[in-house]
Design a protein around this ligand. Structure first.
Ligand code: CO
Ligand code: CO
Length: 324
């Protein structure tokens, strides 16, 4: 669902106020965090969706990497995972499901976690994902509320998976570009998370369904700051701009656009429409957006391959996000 509809549906419900709930739903964080003791907290998250790539084994990997990412985005270490499956039994052969689950399990193992079970339903449309539980030291959390004025903003993966996946479904994507897109989606955010924690970072989110600017806006709101992003610095996947220009659109893009319209000040008129669209486009298994003080950010950029400085944290202004 879009962030606007989700907020509206949740608004009438009472907040959970248990003191052990360190991070609840109010800040749109990537996962909930529940303290077990002074030095140990649970990180819990769930994510599932319909296939974004045709190959069932790769789809399983992408969905699992995407779900595990929400634990990494909190600075946590995944421990256990449970599969969530919707499958059209009788219409698709069961070996397809086996390959989806194999992809998921392989990714869970790569993350150093254990698959402990799951739940399945019969449905016309295949869906797969994980519920993941991790652990974190309560003093070393990466949250949406941790950005500080003067921090640099670093993005660890290029964007563009939404329009590229749409192009692929329409048979409108070069196989080499498709492989590149899949490679970024199956890559775990483990190293990017560990390095942010090691450098004393306090703030990260992962870039998924609400798009780069949607997730950035949640950081801005939770931290009480404005984020400045430099559009030309944002790394794009090969072919993403062209795929958008050819008319490939991601489901949910318009919802993101409507939600972000009042939150984003496009200060630089020379940022063209394709780039604006890609910055709000829904992503799958995107990178981390990390806020770090300048000296830590410099080290982070050297340590985390593929990471790029995309902006900075400013005093709160009229807009949640300023794009230059
Ligand atoms: Co997330
Ligand atoms: Co999520």
């Amino acid at each position: 669902m879009g962030p606007g509809d989700l907020s509206a549906a949740l608004a009438p419900l009472p907040r959970d106020t248990d003191a052990r709930l360190l991070v609840g739903r109010e800040t749109f964080d990537d996962a909930g965090v529940y303290a077990l003791s002074e030095d140990l907290a649970l990180v819990q998250t769930v994510d599932f969706f319909a296939p974004i790539v045709d190959d069932p084994y790769l789809f399983g990997q992408v969905a699992a990497a995407n779900a595990l990412s929400d634990v990494y985005a909190m600075g946590g270490e995944p421990m256990t995972a449970m599969s969530i499956v919707a499958f059209p039994t009788g219409k698709l052969p069961l070996h397809v499901l086996t390959e989806i689950l194999r992809g998921g399990q392989d990714k869970v193992h790569e993350a150093g976690a254990v698959l402990v079970g799951g739940h399945s339903v019969v449905d016309d449309e295949v869906k797969f994902g994980l519920s993941v539980t991790g652990r974190v030291h309560p003093g070393r959390l990466l949250t949406n509320a941790g950005a500080r004025v003067g921090d640099r903003l670093v993005l660890t993966k290029p964007i563009g998976t939404g329009v590229l996946a749409t192009a692929a479904k329409r048979g409108d994507l070069d196989p080499a570009l498709h492989r590149e897109m899949v490679a970024t989606m199956v890559a775990l955010n483990a190293g990017a998370s560990r390095e942010a924690v090691a450098l004393g970072g306090r703030c990260a989110t992962d870039v998924t369904g609400f798009g780069l600017l949607g997730h950035a806006s949640h950081v801005a709101r939770a931290s009480g700051v404005t984020l400045r992003l430099v559009a030309t610095q944002v790394p794009l996947l090969g072919g993403a701009r062209d795929a958008w220009v050819r008319g490939n659109r991601t489901g949910g893009a318009e919802r993101n656009a409507a939600y972000l319209a009042p939150l984003v000040h496009w200060r630089n008129a020379s940022v063209d429409e394709p780039l604006r669209a890609l910055m709000i486009d829904p992503q799958t298994s995107g990178g981390l957006l990390v806020a770090l003080p300048p000296s830590a950010a410099e080290r982070y950029l050297r340590q985390v391959s593929g990471s790029v400085d995309v902006g900075e944290v400013l005093l709160p202004g009229a807009a949640a996000i300023v794009v230059d």
